[in-house]
Design a protein around this ligand. Structure first.
Ligand code: NAD
Length: 358
């Protein structure tokens, strides 16, 4: 069996830190396991264009392992060429880099290591909310510059206490964000999701559901995006929806870059309609040097909390998703049932309700 993995290069860091398992160098710790059973295991970061290792090897691979941090996009065209492909495994959470509808048609299963990095991301969301609301980044930049002007920072710094915070998507990550925000004594915690939380779960975090998206955003001081990218969420936060945000709201998106319209967000931050935007996900990864989200600033020179895509790839998360990929492979090879929570597309189609209502 041929297994193809597209991972990110770790270079010196990966040589010095073997716990960077999700890298080309450390190969998710799978080499011995796969090779000892006689399987061919190709690992590369090369994923763009017809000469890439991705496109070269996908044509006869049986298993494709990928990661959202450096996604090799498995389009419908590539699926049509991948005659041998039976299983896609996401090392992490979020399988939108696979054309899921095309995978269903081709009978390809798609699994991810659900839950493996949801705490890692929820912690990052809370950090990002705080750094925006408290105007942290320009304060730190001021210190590095050698300056000290408290009023320039304090004029745009607030407390999270007393604000309304809402999550688009209240699944594993969104719910954990709500749990972590509870002790901050916000004015209210809201959620927008077509799946309602069980009553006890909503009561435990004192969260109120708002069923209309425009109404939801118009009530929030902070909006955090925690739903998968699918046909119903691509470009969901666009110029039209942003008009319904409170003036001066903060937006945090660690879900997928393409859920938020790149230009609309940059414009809203520049005008101050959004006081700030933070996250780690981009519409193209790696993000080009001139991507507007790298440099956008609000009228007071702050409001940008962007980082590379790493919230879900802490060393703790890598240990969990590497172990999860191995267990998915083991189940596949030994023809054992998979953990139902990991199945996005099973043998007969979608087995999750999280990738849109259909
Ligand atoms: P989950 O499946 O547990 O929850 C997703 C929730 O979103 C579900 O409750 C679903 O009903 C809801 N949803 C789907 N479409 C929606 C819509 N149109 N409007 C409102 N809600 C909608 O998934 P999760 O583990 O919480 O992860 C969510 C997403 O976060 C992943 O799909 C992935 O894209 C992203 N993620 C990012 C990182 C990172 O490193 N930045 C890591 C892990 C996951």
């Amino acid at each position: 069996m041929k297994v193809l993995a597209i991972l990110y290069n770790g270079y010196k860091a990966a040589e010095e830190e073997p716990a960077l398992l999700g890298t080309v160098e450390n190969k998710l710790g799978l080499v011995e396991y796969l090779q000892s059973q006689g399987h061919e295991f190709i690992v590369s970061s090369s994923k763009e264009g017809p000469d890439s290792d991705f496109e070269k090897h996908i044509v006869d691979a049986e298993v494709y392992i990928s990661t959202p941090f450096h996604p090799g996009y498995l389009t419908a065209d590539l699926i049509a060429k991948a005659k041998n492909l039976k299983l896609c495994v996401t090392a992490g959470v979020g399988s939108d880099h696979v054309d899921l509808n095309a995978a269903v048609k081709a009978g390809i299963q798609v699994l991810e290591v659900s839950g493996s990095n949801v705490v890692s991301v929820a912690e990052h969301v809370v950090m990002s909310i705080l750094l925006l609301v408290r105007n942290f980044v320009p304060a730190h930049e001021m210190i590095e510059r050698g300056d000290w002007q408290v009023s320039d920072i304090a004029r745009n710094a607030y407390d999270l206490e007393g604000k309304v915070v809402g999550t688009i998507g209240a699944g594993r990550i969104g719910y954990r964000v709500l749990q972590r925000l509870l002790p901050f004594n916000t004015k209210e915690l809201l959620y927008y999701d077509y799946s309602a939380l069980p009553a006890e779960a909503a009561a435990a975090v004192k969260a109120r559901r708002v069923e209309d998206l425009k109404e939801f955003v118009s009530q929030c001081d902070v909006v955090t995006v925690n739903c998968p990218l699918h046909e119903g969420t691509r470009g969901l936060v666009n110029t039209e929806l942003l008009k319904h945000f409170k003036k001066g709201a903060w937006l945090v998106n660690t879900a997928r870059g393409a859920i938020c319209d790149k230009d609309a967000v940059a414009e809203a931050v520049k005008s101050g309609h959004l006081r700030g935007y933070a996250g780690d996900v981009w519409n193209v990864q790696p993000a080009p040097k001139d991507h507007s989200w790298r440099y956008m600033k609000n009228p007071l020179g702050g409001g940008n909390g962007m980082v590379p895509h790493y919230s879900g790839t802490t060393l703790d998360a890598q240990a969990r998703y590497a172990a999860g990929v191995r267990s998915i492979l083991q189940n596949y090879l030994e023809d054992k049932p998979q953990d139902p929570g990991n199945i996005i597309i099973g043998k007969t189609g979608y087995e999750t309700k999280a990738y849109g209502q259909r």
